[in-house]
Design a protein around this ligand. Structure first.
Ligand SMILES: Cc1cc2nc3c(=O)[nH]c(=O)nc-3n(C[C@H](O)[C@H](O)[C@H](O)COP(=O)(O)OP(=O)(O)OC[C@H]3O[C@@H](n4cnc5c(N)ncnc54)[C@H](O)[C@@H]3O)c2cc1C
Length: 311
């Protein structure tokens, strides 16, 4: 039996695993995704890099800023001069470079979708299609609404986190020939709440087309959540072209991604939740707020709490 299994190799899971590994433990991270990083993600298409999840990282705490500065020194991240007052740090050559670099020395098992987490003698059993594992301590960093599906809707922890809410976000990735008229633009009242020229970020490939990412508003995303990706493209491309003043024949690639649980709108307001015996922890951005740094802080706080039990 492993001592610690962490479900989710997003920023919360990686933060937790790194801290435990620093203290001499060997946590096992499992993630259903093909890549590492969860909502800090980059898709490569048409010779371009699209950051279809988090657009940038900003740091409120000195610790997190120092971590990001370390990534900048190693070349995995860079400052993005997008005209914002606050420092915006991006992965290079894509946002996913940040979690990849941070998880480089960790034991991450990708493509493993856990279907159940059940208590057994001395710990917990994780089950997935064609396999499973047991661990004395389990850390779940999946979005709050997905916890019940793993530990059961009648579990006490599910009741404790019942008030947490995350809004969806539909993201359009489009390659449009010609230079970018702006690096990023926000329109909180529009159907496309945020439009970003990913090509304006440092370390991106040089190309004739600009890589654009457009994030639909929570209202638009909720309304169109169950549309097919093809239909999402049909609905969102005209909105993007309109915002850019571009003609349809300049679109050389377009795809859409559905984030069912994208942005925290009601947080737990505690860094994590756990069972009284400290064998099962729940964490993620949704504990603190809708930011990469919040996910990192939640995962780190779980690790500190666990270390008191493990040592
Ligand atoms: C469109 C969008 C734009 C954003 N923009 C920004 C931004 O500009 N700046 C910012 O700071 N934040 C931004 N955010 C928020 C930021 O991405 C998140 O706060 C942060 O990445 C959350 O990290 P996490 O580890 O808590 O969760 P996640 O990244 O969601 O990680 C959870 C992981 O669990 C895995 N998982 C889920 N279920 C299972 C299962 N059953 N079995 C195995 N694995 C499972 C998932 O694959 C995932 O990798 C944005 C988010 C979105 C979606």
């Amino acid at each position: 039996m492993s001592r610690v299994a962490i479900i989710g190799a997003g920023m919360a899971g990686i933060a937790c695993a790194r801290r435990l590994a620093e203290a001499g433990h060997a946590p096992v991270l499992v993630d259903k995704g093909r890549g590492i990083g969860g909502r800090v993600a980059t898709r490569r298409a048409a010779g371009l890099h699209f950051d279809h999840g988090a657009q940038y990282v900003s740091a409120k705490s000195a610790e997190f800023e120092a971590l990001m500065d370390g990534l900048i020194d190693s070349g995995a991240a860079a400052d993005w001069q997008d005209g914002a007052e606050r420092r915006h740090i991006v992965g290079a050559p894509g946002m996913s470079a940040i979690p990849k670099a941070l998880a480089a020395d960790l034991d991450v098992r990708q493509g493993v979708q856990v279907s159940q987490v059940a208590q057994v003698d001395g710990g917990w059993r994780l089950t997935w299609d064609g396999g499973g594992m047991e661990a004395a301590h389990v850390v779940l960093t999946v979005p709050a609404p997905q916890v019940a599906g793993l530990i059961g809707a009648d579990h006490d922890l599910v009741r404790q986190i019942g008030h947490v809410r995350l809004a969806p976000c539909l993201t359009l990735m489009a390659a449009i020939t010609g230079p970018a008229p702006f690096a990023s633009r926000r329109d909180p009242d529009g159907a496309l709440a945020s439009i970003i020229a990913d090509s304006s970020k440092p370390g991106r490939p040089e190309a004739e087309a600009t890589a654009w990412t457009a994030q639909a508003s929570p209202e638009f995303s909720t309304q169109c959540l169950e549309e097919t990706p093809e239909r999402m493209v049909e609905l969102m491309v005209p909105l993007l072209l309109d915002a850019l003043g571009a003609a349809p024949d300049r679109v050389s690639h377009a795809a859409a991604h559905r984030w069912r649980y994208a942005r925290v709108t009601q947080a737990l307001e505690a860094p994590f939740a756990k069972t009284p015996d400290g064998t099962l922890y729940l964490g993620g951005d949704w504990c603190i707020g809708a930011r990469v740094e919040a996910a990192w802080q939640s995962g780190s706080a779980i690790a500190e709490d666990l270390l008191e039990r493990l040592t």
